[in-house]
Ligand binder design. Structure first.
Ligand code: PAF
Length: 297
């Protein structure tokens, strides 16, 4: 496994990567903020199954953290990350410093409009510009054929897919399922911040989403009711402080109110995303489920 810290070294490796492409083999890429967990490992395994060469990036991207967010104290453990990467058969780890990625103040931003105005985009202004900008930089540096992203951040997946479509980027985005603890908590690097009580209470998010899934499956609730149910269920937890609970069509992100006004045939989406962001103490967790759209608003 090669560990590469500069863009120049990554570019030099491109001749090696091109040799793979000449053999019609695929270069798979898993971009991360590091502090790897089983969710990242599952992305690496999927990339390993589908591609001949697997590149992992570990970079805590300051551009996607707002003022007062946890950029400085975002958990980092590069040695452990490299052990996990080695175990998962990664070929190249790209691990640049901030000064390598942003040697001078950046004056260019990629901004996906519309869908970034709600959910995490509303709670964290500028976050998705930071994500889209760094991901497009990483795509330019690594030049992957396929890039793997977890659906725990389904909005991020949709934003990146739209960026790739709009800018004709030559990469296939592969959305991968959320990996959970046996009790249902979605894996996140931020779970380490939770106290034992908060960790226990945080299960309410997945339980609420499961109830909504069941109700949607039975066709018993409209979209407003699904949202209200999730809010009611999570609010019953004394430690939960809801940032948002939203129901939107997926992947276009029409809100429930917009969906009600659409004419039949105007909507290409056949799914809904029920997404929640909830604070437990100082830790903000996100989770979601993607369900078939039953238009009974
Ligand atoms: O999901 C993440 O880990 C980050 O947002 C990403 C895609 C690596 C961009 O920094």
């Amino acid at each position: 496994m090669k560990v590469v810290r500069t863009i120049q070294d990554m570019r030099q490796l491109q001749s090696e990567l091109n040799a793979y492409r000449d053999m019609a083999s695929l270069v798979g890429f898993v971009p991360t903020l590091g502090f790897l967990h089983e969710g990242h490992a599952s992305l690496l395994r999927r990339a390993r199954e589908e591609c001949s060469l697997v590149v992992l990036s570990i970079f805590v991207n300051p551009l996607q953290f707002g003022a007062g967010e946890d950029f400085d104290k975002y958990p980092r453990d590069p040695k452990r990350d490299l052990r996990i990467a080695e175990k998962e058969g990664v070929d190249i780890v790209f691990m640049p410093e901030v000064s390598e990625m942003y040697p001078r103040p950046i004056q260019t931003a990629i901004s996906v409009t519309g869908m970034t105005g709600l959910l995490c985009g509303a709670s964290r202004p500028g976050h998705f510009d930071g994500v889209a900008t760094v991901v497009s930089k990483l795509f330019n540096i690594v030049k992957p054929d396929r890039a793997y992203f977890g659906l725990k951040d389904a909005q991020q997946v949709a934003v990146i897919q739209k960026m790739v479509e709009d800018l004709n980027m030559d990469v296939t985005i592969v959305p991968c399922p959320t990996i959970r603890e046996p009790d249902g908590l979605a894996l996140s690097s931020r779970n380490v911040y939770l106290s034992p009580e908060e960790r226990q209470e945080a299960l309410v998010i997945q339980q609420a989403l499961k109830e909504a899934e069941q109700l949607n499956g039975e066709g018993k609730a409209g979209l407003h009711e699904l949202r209200d149910l999730v809010i009611k269920r999570i609010s019953a937890s004394p430690l939960a402080d809801i940032d948002y609970v939203e129901v939107v069509s997926y992947p276009s992100f029409y809100t429930v109110d917009q969906l009600e006004k659409l004419e039949p045939g105007q909507l290409a989406d056949s799914q809904i995303l029920i997404a929640a962001a909830v604070r437990f103490g100082k830790t903000r967790l996100i989770d979601n489920c993607i369900l078939p759209l039953r238009l009974r608003t």
